[in-house]
Structure formats: structure tokens, C-alpha cells
Write a protein that binds this ligand. Structure first.
Ligand code: IPM
Ligand code: MG
Length: 422
């Protein structure tokens, strides 16, 4: 599916005492697309809360390297509890990828891991990479495993929300008046462009000098499908879409701009603009509130989403969802494996917890459980708990595990409210 519909949201929404976290905007799709991209019919329509599991999903966990295992362990517990409270049960299977898989199997994405991921309902990934494998040849780099799984799952649309939460506005390096209220969604093309383009490689030029080369290439169908996702995302947000390219220099960007422009007639309600990537990088810092939804290619999206994350104060807060036309989605925090703090219980698990919320919403259509998770994160921040990356004086500094426990407590206390009010 491309994005699971807000399946059962209406059934028990009125009984939900929780508020959606502004970090994630609800993305419900147009009925047309929903029909085309609806998840398999086996998804039941009844919502049963606080009772025997009515719906069961298989989730592949890919903890990966560095802080990955720490943050995934925490997110798994939050996912389980929020699911249980909504009558959803998960069957988890954990598989190796990245450096961990290189050490165990000699490849960054074992066939078994990909097969398990493809056969599951959704995939939750921690992070991959580390100093140990930095100098490996390309096919033996942990990052290669990440690109292989994105490609293997066909998840071409990567949604990276970056919203400045009121509780964390002081964590931003920008002036409060610039950062306050920022709420951007970067829609990054994820399985094409220069990351995958052929030819690529190393060679020698006519002077006998060593060269490295890559190809930035996009086909019409690749541009159209990501653009359509972005228009629909924008439609569920503030209706503004900015397409970022380098059409003053690159042919692939010229085609990109032409296609995005021509698709705009299908979405007359969306205000479309175009921006060169260098200007976009500048505008994101100068006046980030001008952006609502951004659509861009793989490499510009990689760079701009890291930049956008810093508007919010910490990359440790930002989740992502990667989805394709069919099959399971891949959900991962946008941060890396942070080997410098790995194993020290210092990581911020909130980006992975929020990725689990995206998994619930976009991967499974479990809107109520997603809201529970997002509301629990908001409340935990309201309660003053902070990991080192978002700490400010007057708040309570906690580690990864404790942050997870606090989120779990909040999920639980919401259930008490829910039960009492229903
Ligand atoms: C990301 C990461 C990856 C990317 C790396 C680890 C391959 O930076 O998800 O943004 O470039 O896509
Ligand atoms: Mg990146």
C-alpha cells in the first residue's frame, strides 16, 4: 500500500482523550487513491480496545548498529503497549542488518533479513553504521544494506516531518521567533536519483587520473509517482507544495520541474512553487515558516531533511516513514547510529518511538494507537523529561531507558483516562 487509510479512526476516536502530536500531521488519502492503494482486505474494521487482540500484525525489527538496538528496544515496548490498548497485537521478529549483519554473515543485508521484511506487515529500523565498517568497500558498507532494503521493499516515498514543538523551541539554534511554529514535511524520493543511477563507479580519465562518478537520473514515472504522493500530502496539510530542484543546471531536475508543473493541474487546490536547492537551503534557515510540504529528489532530500531537523532542535526527535505502492513500509528515525554514545544509555529514543507511531498510522492504518503514542511523547516532554540532546536547564535529564519508561507510564495513564471516560 502506499499509505494505509485512516482505517478505523472514526470508530473510537470520540473516546480518545489524547491529542495528536503536532509533530505528525494526519495524512488521509483521497478516496480515489485510498481505493487504489488500500491495504489487503484482511484488515478487520472493528476496533476493540482493552480486550483480547482483534488484529494481529507481524513486525520485523531491524535494530542495526550503534544506538539502534537501544532505541528500537524502547520503541518496541511502546508499540506493544499502545497496540494492546487498542486491541492490536504484534508478532515481532528481529533480524540483523548493517554492521551487525556484516559481522555475522559478511553482508550488510542478508537475504533472510530482506525476505523476512518483505513478508511482514511493517518494518521498524533503528540505525546502521559505525567507525568499524567506515573503510569497507562499498558493497560491504552498512549503508549499502540500507539502500538495498529501501530498494528491495520498493519504498520510494520517504516522509520526513520536522515540526518545532512548543516544549522544545529553546532547543533550536535559531531565534525563537524564527523557529516557533515551524511545521514542515519533506517528501524525499528514496529509491532513485544519484543514489542508484547507472553508470557509476571508479575509473580513469583521459589524463590517466583516477575518477569516481555517479549518475543523477529520473524517469517520468519515478517523478510522477513521488510528485503525486507529495501533492496528496500537501492536500492534507496546509495545501502548499514547494518542489526543490536544480533545474538551472541539471537535466534530471529540468525534467523533474516539467513533470511536477504538469501534474499540478490534477491538484488545482494545491499552491505549487519551485525553488532551487541552494536557495531552499538558505530559505530553510532564513524563514522556515514559509514552507509547508517540500518534495525533492533523493540526495537533496537527504541534505534538506537533516537541515530541517536542526530547526527543531535535535535530529533525535525526528521520525520517518518510507512507503511504496504495495507491501510493507519501512519506518526509521532520521538520525544515524551515533557510535560515540552507543551503549551508554544516552540516546534519545523519541525519534524511533515517533517512527513507531508513523508505522501505526501509515503502515497499518491504526490511527488511534498512533495518536496514543504521539500524545504520550508530548506528555512526557510536558512532564519535563529530556535526553541530553534536548536538555535545557530546569528540565529533568534522563537516559534512553528512563525516557522509554516515562513514555510507557504516560501511555498507561492515558488508558486509565480512556477507560474511565468510556
Ligand atoms: C538517511 C541517511 C542515509 C541516506 C545513509 C545512512 C545511507 O543519511 O537516511 O538520511 O543517505 O539516505
Ligand atoms: Mg541522511
Amino acid at each position: 500500500m502506499l499509505l494505509a487509510p485512516k482505517a478505523q479512526a472514526h470508530i473510537s476516536e470520540e473516546r480518545m482523550p489524547v491529542q495528536a502530536n503536532p509533530l505528525i500531521k494526519t495524512l488521509a488519502l483521497s478516496p480515489r487513491r485510498r481505493r487504489r492503494l488500500a491495504p489487503p482486505a484482511r484488515r478487520p474494521t472493528a476496533s476493540v480496545r482493552c480486550s483480547a487482540a482483534a488484529r494481529s500484525y507481524s513486525i520485523t525489527l531491524l535494530p542495526g548498529d550503534g544506538i539502534g538496538p537501544e532505541v528500537v528496544a524502547v520503541a518496541k515496548d511502546v508499540l506493544s503497549l499502545a497496540g494492546a490498548l487498542e486491541g492490536v497485537e504484534f508478532r515481532f521478529q528481529e533480524k540483523l542488518m548493517g554492521g551487525a549483519a556484516l559481522d555475522a554473515y559478511g553482508v550488510p543485508l542478508p537475504a533472510e533479513t530482506l525476505a523476512a521484511a518483505q513478508a511482514s506487515d511493517a518494518v521498524l529500523l533503528g540505525a546502521i553504521g559505525g567507525y568499524k565498517w567506515d573503510n569497507n568497500e562499498k558493497h560491504l558498507k552498512p549503508e549499502t544494506g540500507l539502500l538495498q532494503i529501501r530498494s528491495g521493499l520498493g519504498v520510494f516515498a520517504n516522509l520526513r516531518p520536522a515540526a518545532v514543538l512548543p516544549q522544545l523551541v529553546d532547543a533550536s539554534t535559531l531565534k525563537k521567533e524564527v523557529a516557533e511554529g515551524v511545521d514542515i514535511m519533506v517528501v524525499r524520493e528514496l529509491t532513485g536519483g544519484i543514489y542508484f543511477g547507472q553508470p557509476r563507479g571508479f575509473g580513469t580519465n583521459d589524463k590517466g587520473e583516477d575518477i569516481g562518478f555517479n549518475t543523477e537520473v529520473y524517469s517520468v514515472s519515478e517523478i510522477d509517482r513521488i510528485a503525486r504522493v507529495a501533492f496528496e500530502v500537501a492536500r492534507k496539510r496546509k495545501g502548499k507544495l514547494c518542489s526543490v530542484d536544480k533545474a538551472n543546471v541539471l537535466e534530471a531536475s529540468m525534467l523533474w520541474r516539467k513533470r511536477v508543473t504538469s501534474l499540478a493541474s490534477e491538484f488545482p487546490d494545491i499552491e505549487l512553487s519551485h525553488m532551487y536547492v541552494d536557495n531552499a537551503a538558505m530559505q530553510l534557515i532564513r524563514n522556515p515558516k514559509q514552507f509547508d510540504t517540500i518534495v525533492t529528489n533523493n540526495i537533496f532530500g537527504d541534505i534538506l531533511s537533516d537541515e530541517a531537523s536542526m530547526l527543531t532542535g535535535s535530529i533525535g526527535m525526528l521520525p520517518s516513514a518510507s512507503v511504496g505502492e504495495s507491501g510493507p513500509g519501512l519506518f526509521e528515525p532520521i538520525h544515524g547510529s551515533a557510535p560515540d554514545i552507543a551503549g551508554q544509555d544516552k540516546a534519545n529514543p523519541l525519534a524511533t518511538i515517533l517512527s513507531a507511531a508513523m508505522l501505526l498510522r501509515y503502515g497499518l492504518g491504526e490511527e488511534n494507537a498512533a495518536k496514543r503514542v504521539e500524545a504520550a511523547v508530548t506528555e512526557t516532554l510536558n512532564n519535563g523529561f529530556r535526553t541530553g540532546d534536548i536538555y535545557s536547564p530546569g528540565t529533568t535529564l534522563v537516559g534512553c531507558k528512563r525516557m522509554g519508561e516515562e513514555v510507557l507510564k504516560t501511555v498507561e495513564s492515558q488508558s486509565a483516562v480512556a477507560v474511565n471516560s468510556s
